[in-house]
Design a binder for this molecule. Sequence first.
Ligand SMILES: Cc1cc2nc3c(=O)[nH]c(=O)nc-3n(C[C@H](O)[C@H](O)[C@H](O)COP(=O)(O)OP(=O)(O)OC[C@H]3O[C@@H](n4cnc5c(N)ncnc54)[C@H](O)[C@@H]3O)c2cc1C
Length: 295
Amino acid sequence: MKAIVFSEDGEIASQMVNYLKGKAEVIASTLTEEKEKCIRAGAEKLYLLSGIAEPENISEAISEIKNATGADYIFIGSTANGRDIAGILSAKEDMKPISEITSFEINDGKATVTRFLYGGKAVSTEETSATLYVYAPGISESARAESDTPTETIQLKEPSVKPESEEPKTSGGVDLEKAKIIVSVGRGLGSKEGLGIAEELAKKVNGEIAGSRPVCLDYHWLSEDRQVGLSGKKVKPKVYIALGISGQIQHIAGIRGAKTVIAINKDKSAPIFEECDYGIVGDLFQIVPKLISAL
Ligand SMILES: Cc1cc2nc3c(=O)[nH]c(=O)nc-3n(C[C@H](O)[C@H](O)[C@H](O)COP(=O)(O)OP(=O)(O)OC[C@H]3O[C@@H](n4cnc5c(N)ncnc54)[C@H](O)[C@@H]3O)c2cc1C
């Protein structure tokens, strides 16, 4: 079995290359600037895509790689661009897609996957004939092989739509998928000023700060790369401390891998209390300072 793995994030590509090792002959692809994160992932070959990258021209390049290598399967990392690329490829290559897989096994030519359904409400394990998969970041640790993978560069075609100007995305440069302790904040924080208390707690426990979608995407109290959940990062820390997060299913979809979840919320009927190991009902602005001084 031959598989192409693509993500525009070299680290996410590298995780899947490592995951598929021993199951398939893996051909990796990422953007040229992500080369270093992927070159020692242990793929048979690495295709680097160079130029202005958009889902349209990336999907064309992946089709080229498929034709050149005769790969049976394509795996695309689940990022905002990745999901667009998979959609285009599915139509273009007439490949049946499966989204958000968290595991992939193949026996006697039959694939079995685990994936989230209904926006993260359910997890399904199923046999499938699909050949195009969108995989969840964090599916595996990334590994480093002894030597560099042979590479080939593909020049991306000029995109049909070009941005007039670009604004750099705000990024905290954080690797939440690897964090052992996470202090995560929700709308219950009330304002950006409330962050101070969460940051103090994070410092005490040597943790990383993360947030729910409104906090990262709507209010920009935190950078987008700190969003946890279905459309954010899937994290697996030893301890996840949720402050003022209601626990909607789309948030929970990102913390299923957490070992211990501790929640503080002033509403005793908040759904987070169904999902946590330890829950404290109360105002976070009263409880967190007590926790900090106790620590
Ligand atoms: C397709 C789709 C994808 C999505 N993806 C994501 C995702 O990846 N990540 C994500 O997080 N969401 C995601 N969402 C949004 C999700 O449905 C929720 O809207 C979101 O998680 C709610 O964020 P929150 O818990 O911060 O806010 P709220 O739901 O508003 O909850 C705030 C909580 O804070 C509590 N609170 C208020 N004040 C205090 C206080 N002083 N002390 C203690 N507690 C307090 C309240 O009781 C409440 O429970 C997605 C939605 C859709 C439709």
